[in-house]
Design a protein around this ligand. Sequence first.
Ligand code: ZN
Length: 443
Amino acid sequence: MRLWIRSPLACLADDAGGGIVVEDGRIVELVASGAQPAKPVDETFDAHRHVVLPGLVNAHHHMYQTLTRAHPQAINKELFPWLKTLYGYWSRLTPDAHCLATRLALTELLMSGCTTAFDHHYLFPRGCEEAIDIQVDEAKKLGLRMVVSRGSMDLSERDGGLPPDSVVQDRDAILADSERVIGRYHEKGEGAMIQIALAPCTPFTVTRELMAETATLARRHGCRLHTHIAETRDETQYCEERLHCRPVDYLEQTGWLGPDVWLAHGIHFNDDEIGRLGRHGLAVCHCPTSNMVLASGHCRTRDLEGAGVAVGLGVDGSASNDNSNLIESVRHALMINRLTYDATITHRDAFRWATEGSARCLGRDDIGRIAAGCQADLALFTLDELRFSGAGDPLAALVLCGAHRADRVMVKGRWLVTNGMPVGIDIERLRHEHGAAARRFVD
Ligand code: ZN
């Protein structure tokens, strides 16, 4: 099947004014304005109302947190008190609730134009030992591409960490389960639909030993490594007082300065640390919405990219966002970065973070771009709502006027969203079931 997505209103690719030809799950040709595809096509989709983007890639998230959005006990707090308030509620996670939370977050992401989702799942209370299996299953059912990280916490209050005993696990159990899920689910190579990463949570929830042993295990299996670092001043202070070093020193001491590592947030780095991250080829996932909600600070995106650090984008949350809308986070990225820098930060910078940058975080070069040979992952938006009326530049309008919902989304050549609705999902039923599950997470 050869499909021609013909003559889009605008497209985030050079020389694709005439559209894109898709075949066998890949982009096979970009058509210049006024031209015809080189070979005959089986089907044509008229895209004259559509702005076409590469499918957005989400590089940081915690889907189970959709169950504790706008939590009355946790709102209006910064990271450490926010976490301490929520850990107890999160320990109530059940397999059914986790399944609904994952389905809801994936659906929200998909409807906002996301084609590759990542989740940093680090919570395995009793009964939820198969949390990663649940997420893989949900992603397969929906048809999105997904990187699931086997996250972990092994440092509780008893040993000087932040979380209570109820949400941490034993190191051997963590490493054994990490190896199990890698062996079972991790796909390698171009076009992979499901991949596993390993992701100890933070310096204040994980032991040094677990950091180091996780890095060794990931490298033995060719998996990527992910963690939160330099998110808040509290964290830097914790590192200096308890670990006697700064966050990037801690990464170095535990074997984490390598090109197979991407970091969530990356806010409180000094110039020397940014240079070190660049020299070692790390990537950073910028999470503007969460950083604003928790008042964590400004990620130095331009300085990081200038030093050679790839910058991606993540919705984070969903209890520090409190949604999973990736195109909305593109807008937030533009805005906060204009405050950090100036108006030379453009919508194209924000799109680059949400596409190619996030793909680099996940170690992928087959997604995040509209180019011949790349995977056919596309997000198509219309400008048919009141908020866009009168807009001149269609690509800029998506960000500046505030696009929030894609009209069509394609993953690996399959339409998963049409007319703004996910194919085969009963949205009302999902909202009802998820809402009922979430009520068990308040007092
Ligand atoms: Zn996070």
